[in-house]
Design a binder for this molecule. Structure first.
Ligand code: B12
Length: 355
């Protein structure tokens, strides 16, 4: 877990984030004319945006004291940039520049960790095989629901909402288990959409459309959730939300629906939830558990603050989940949670054990 020095370094990074991003951008584009020739003004604004996101991810990784979180992000962003037409050398230069600027701008007493995280990320990127990074598919051809998953994904990519929604509703009506359709069709397709965007095969608009249709599909599947809940009613209340600043809400919603199908009285709050109202709701609903989700590690401090606030102001147990906990072992304990689950089915198992 991050110590006081980590926290200070991260605060300084936040304070100087814009200055660092702009200085790195200026050096890359204004001092190396060939960079402007190759990537143009559009490249400059993309780089600036990317540099800001980089610093946000770096800052949270430093705060919680887990360099592997930043390394994971840096590898992901390297693969994405290379698949979107930037050269490996450009991305390498970008990392080196950010590292140089961080060591110049941050006070020497706190720059050690951020610079060492950046160096570690750079080393890992340099160890990646040259050429286009391989991004394995998320689709599972051995799953009995594979044909439905392909139908669903193809319909999302083809911008055919009705075909997508009908494919999952028909699968459940024909007897497929709800949690399998969530895991094998919807979750895999959403992740595959992300991969296709990363590979440059689909646009941001197609990815956004796909996620919007998935929300419609989840609404159409909700009556099945309610029917299953009636059979299992357990009269225990749980609040489910994604933490403040976290916009990824589909995984959170699937967790909520799985819990409800297991008989829980679920209050689902969606994404980007501040802790204030959540605690009041937890008290009013006499919630046994609050389940919090985080997907991007730059929201970890936000999640941590919420866990602390819930602990100090309610009796509810706290369960956390989401991608960063798959990358950094033991992190869930360090953010102060009572438990962590890996996916929606695991969330059901874990909630029962801590309630
Ligand atoms: C759709 C999407 C978005 C949408 C979200 C729309 C919405 N309404 O939800 C939008 C466009 C908003 C978005 C934004 C961003 N995104 Co995005 N996004 C995705 C995408 C393509 C799909 C996410 C999804 O629906 N997954 C499917 C669900 C079902 O899976 P899941 O979230 O993992 O949830 C399961 C488990 O994690 C677990 N779980 C989750 N929460 C909890 C909680 C508890 C308590 C428990 C027990 C379990 C649990 O159970 C869930 C169900 O089984 C992913 C790709 C991917 N591989 O996931 C990228 C992805 C997550 N995004 C990414 C990034 C970088 C971003 C941005 C930073 C981009 C940017 N530069 O602005 C922003 C951050 C915004 C923010 N502040 O939150 C990266 C993260 C890279 C990394 N290594 O960290 C990914 C991987 C990009 C990719 N294309 O491959 N994104």
């Amino acid at each position: 877990m991050g110590d006081q020095n980590n926290r200070r370094a991260s605060e300084e990074l936040d304070l100087h984030a814009e200055e660092i991003a702009r200085a790195a951008c200026e050096r890359l584009f204004d001092k190396a004319e060939e960079t402007v020739d190759v990537y143009g003004e559009r490249g400059r604004s993309r780089f600036l945006g990317g540099a800001r996101t980089h610093i946000a991810f770096l800052s949270d990784a430093v705060a919680v004291g887990h360099p592997e979180l930043f390394v994971d992000y840096a590898r992901w962003s390297y693969a994405t940039l290379v698949h979107h037409g930037f050269t490996g050398a450009f991305v390498d230069g970008l990392h080196s520049l950010i590292s140089d600027v961080v060591s110049e701008v941050l006070p020497p007493s706190v720059s050690g960790d951020p610079v060492s995280y950046l160096t570690r990320a750079l080393e890992c990127i340099r160890e990646m095989p040259s050429g286009m990074p391989d991004l394995p598919s998320f689709m599972d051809e051995t799953s009995p629901l594979s044909p439905v998953a392909h139908r669903y994904l193809d319909a999302l990519v083809a911008a055919d909402r009705d075909r997508a929604v009908n494919s999952v509703v028909e699968a459940v009506s024909d007897g497929a288990a709800l949690h399998d359709v969530y895991a094998e069709v919807i979750q895999r397709s959403q992740r595959e959409l992300g991969r296709k965007w990363q590979l440059g095969e689909i646009s941001v608009a197609q990815e956004h459309f796909g996620s919007a249709v998935t929300q419609v599909a989840l609404s159409q599947l909700y009556p099945f959730v309610r029917d299953t809940r009636r059979e299992k009613e357990r009269n225990q209340s749980i609040i489910v939300a994604a933490c403040a600043n976290e916009l990824h809400e589909i995984g959170t919603r699937i967790v909520a629906d799985n819990l409800e199908a297991d008989g829980w009285d679920v209050t689902y709050l969606g994404g980007n939830q501040p802790s204030q109202g959540l605690v009041e709701l937890a008290r009013r609903k006499q919630a046994r558990v609050v389940a919090l989700s985080v997907t991007v590690s730059c929201n970890l401090r936000s999640l941590e603050g919420m866990v602390q606030h819930i602990r100090e102001n309610s009796d509810a147990r706290v369960m956390v989940g989401g991608y960063p906990f798959q990358v950094a072992e033991g992190l869930w304990r360090e953010v102060g949670a009572d438990a962590c689950g890996t996916d929606a089915s695991d969330a059901v198992r874990v909630a029962q054990t801590i309630a």
